[in-house]
Structure formats: structure tokens, C-alpha cells
Design a protein around this ligand. Structure first.
Ligand SMILES: Nc1ncnc2c1ncn2[C@@H]1O[C@H](COP(=O)(O)OP(=O)(O)O)[C@@H](O)[C@H]1O
Ligand SMILES: [Mg+2]
Length: 327
């Protein structure tokens, strides 16, 4: 696979929560996103914008009240095989998980089984997916821990005996032990102190370097994206509204929402109060017409409440904002 190979291609995906009284929460609404081999793509946006639902939908972790409405998700495995995620049988889906795509859910500290030692949790994965005996599995686990700079002694520990940062790094080591092509990591650092956050980011970057793994790194924290991601996708009210190279986006955000997110970041040494975002994201049961951001947008025009903006391409950036029309 060349460096430009697409590992994940998600096209026009929509997934709604269908609730009682005909309430329909349009949490993921016509989203397209692709990830190249070895790339770390940041998925940003305030809480409630649909980031977690998008990850669940890509992983096909879809159960009522969540319903897949439309779209195609394709993955490419390490041997170049294309996988149509929504076309797989349940058995095929199980087989694909951990080996091609791995998902670290939000609040994943709780993913670890509190009553079992870390060693058993690694071995369980090998039992499920690996084709090697226990000794070989343990050898591989130890080698992996060494490569990732984790102490072998964690294998004998129960989760509660590890620090928060070490627990989160263990979760990532578990999620990547089968060398998946892509990992969906949902807010992997949000529960951690800043000091531990860096350790987690460094580990993700190391895994990418060593094994060519791609990541979607979900976070509401723009500072984390600035540090960690190659490209960034900004999600607002169920839609991706800007995608581009992280450096370019931070240098010159083109969507007013992206600009608001970046301006909300605290700056070291900055004394002047920056214009951040006011208000809150809308209810996705009844989103505003036109551009969903228009009620909060300082630059809104008449058109913005009437017509949904398409994506405009600016260099290698995609921006769904009428301000970019004709530019
Ligand atoms: N189980 C659920 N039932 C109904 N609505 C939900 C459920 N889970 C999430 N939502 C709604 O879907 C929207 C997107 O939520 P979520 O994907 O968790 O966003 P994020 O991860 O960006 O915070 C929100 O409006 C949230 O209230
Ligand atoms: Mg979330």
C-alpha cells in the first residue's frame, strides 16, 4: 500500500436516534470522511455534535434507538482487501474487529475488566482473534509492551492498581495488539490530567510510526488536535463543516465555527480576551434550517438560514460555508 492509500472511506453516512413520539435525533447527517494509511485524523467539535455517534456508526455498533439511514463505509485491510462494513455478516464483522478496525469507546477506562489481570485481558484477545498458543501470545504481548515503552510488570496488575494514564495506555495497547489498520479513539485523553495526556498522545504517535496504524482521534479539545493530528475534521450539529491539514486550519480557519473553536483556546501569555463561541449547539431533533451554525454565526447572511451550504474546495481544504462561495 502506498502512503496515499485510503484505509477508511466513509461516504454520505447518516444515522439517527429514533425516539418515542416520532422524535428523530439527526446525530450524524450525511457525513463523508476518509483516512489515509498511517494518518492521524482529528475529529473535533463541541459536546453533542455527533462525534461519538459517528464513531459508533463507522464501527457498525448500531442498535436501537440508533438507526443507520444511509451511507457506505469501506475499509481496506493490510493485504489490500476492500471491506464493505455494512455488507458484512455478523460473523464477518466480528472477525474484522480488532484485526482491521479497533474502537476505543469514550470513557474507556471502564473497558478494562476490573476483576481480571491485564495479562488475561491480552490473552483473551489472542484467544478470540489470534492463531497462536498461549506462550507465543505472551511473548508477543511482552515484545509489544517493550516496543511501546510500557513496563512488563503491568501484566500482573489489576486495572485499579494502575494510574489513570497507565490504564489508558494499556487500553490503547490492547486495542492495537492485533495490528488493526485503523483505530477509532473516542476522547482517549479527556479524563486525564495534562501531564498524562501527553503520554497518551506520544504513544498513539509511536504506534503510527512503528506499525503504520491510522487513527481517528476524537476530542473536543482543540489543543490536543493541534499537538496530535495530521488532518482535522470539524463536526458541528451532526455534520462535518471543515476538513483540512491541521497546521493550515489552525493558521487560517475558514469556517466561522472553526474560528470560534480556535479562538476559545487559552493562549499562553495572552492578555486580551479573544472572541470565542457564544451560545450552544442546537438540538439535533430540530436543527436550524440552512446552515446549522447560522444562529451563532457572527458573519451570517440572509442565504445562510435558507440554504444549506455545499462543500467549497480551497486548496486541499473543504469548507461548508457560504462565505467561501466564488472564492
Ligand atoms: N442513546 C441516545 N438516544 C438519543 N439521543 C442520543 C443518544 N446518544 C446521543 N444522543 C444525541 O445525539 C447527539 C450526538 O451525541 P454524541 O454522538 O454523543 O455527540 P458527541 O460525541 O459529539 O458529544 C446529541 O444531541 C445527543 O443528545
Ligand atoms: Mg462523545
Amino acid at each position: 500500500m502506498s502512503a496515499n492509500t485510503l484505509v477508511l472511506d466513509c461516504r454520505n453516512v447518516a444515522a439517527y436516534y429514533e425516539l418515542d413520539y416520532g422524535i428523530r435525533v439527526r446525530a450524524v447527517d450525511n457525513v463523508s470522511l476518509s483516512v489515509r494509511k498511517g494518518e492521524i485524523v482529528g475529529l473535533a467539535g463541541e459536546s453533542g455534535c455527533g462525534k461519538t455517534t459517528l464513531m459508533r456508526t463507522i464501527y457498525r455498533d448500531i442498535a436501537p434507538p440508533l438507526r443507520l439511514v444511509s451511507g457506505v463505509v469501506r475499509l481496506q485491510s493490510a493485504n489490500g482487501e476492500f471491506i464493505d462494513v455494512y455488507g458484512l455478516s455478523e460473523a464477518e464483522l466480528k472477525k474484522m474487529r480488532a484485526k482491521v478496525i479497533s474502537y476505543i469507546p469514550q470513557g474507556s477506562m471502564s473497558v478494562l475488566n476490573p476483576t481480571s489481570r491485564i495479562r488475561s485481558q491480552f490473552l483473551e484477545i489472542f484467544q478470540k482473534y489470534g492463531r497462536v498458543d498461549k506462550n507465543e501470545a505472551l511473548r508477543q504481548v511482552k515484545e509489544r509492551l517493550r516496543e511501546l515503552g510500557l513496563r512488563e510488570s503491568i501484566l500482573a496488575s489489576y486495572p485499579h492498581q494502575l494510574s489513570g494514564g497507565m490504564r489508558q495506555r494499556t487500553v490503547i495497547a490492547l486495542a492495537t495488539i492485533m495490528n488493526p489498520s485503523i483505530v477509532l479513539a473516542d476522547e482517549p485523553t479527556s479524563a486525564l490530567d495534562v501531564v498524562y495526556q501527553r503520554g497518551v498522545v506520544e504513544m498513539i504517535q509511536k504506534i503510527r510510526e512503528m506499525y503504520g496504524t491510522s487513527f481517528i482521534l476524537v476530542s473536543h479539545d482543540m489543543g490536543l488536535h493541534y499537538q496530535a493530528s495530521d488532518r482535522i475534521a470539524i463536526m458541528y450539529a451532526g455534520k462535518i463543516i471543515e476538513v483540512g491539514n491541521t497546521d493550515d486550519v489552525f493558521k487560517e480557519p475558514l469556517h466561522p465555527y472553526t474560528e470560534g473553536l480556535i479562538n476559545s483556546l487559552p493562549r499562553i501569555g495572552g492578555s486580551k480576551k479573544l472572541e470565542g463561541l457564544s451560545g450552544l449547539p442546537p438540538s439535533l431533533a430540530n436543527p436550524p434550517p440552512g446552515c446549522r451554525f447560522h444562529p451563532r454565526c457572527p458573519y451570517r447572511m440572509e442565504k445562510c438560514s435558507a440554504e444549506e451550504p455545499p462543500f467549497f474546495t480551497v486548496g486541499d481544504r473543504q469548507v461548508a460555508c457560504w462565505l467561501l462561495e466564488g472564492k
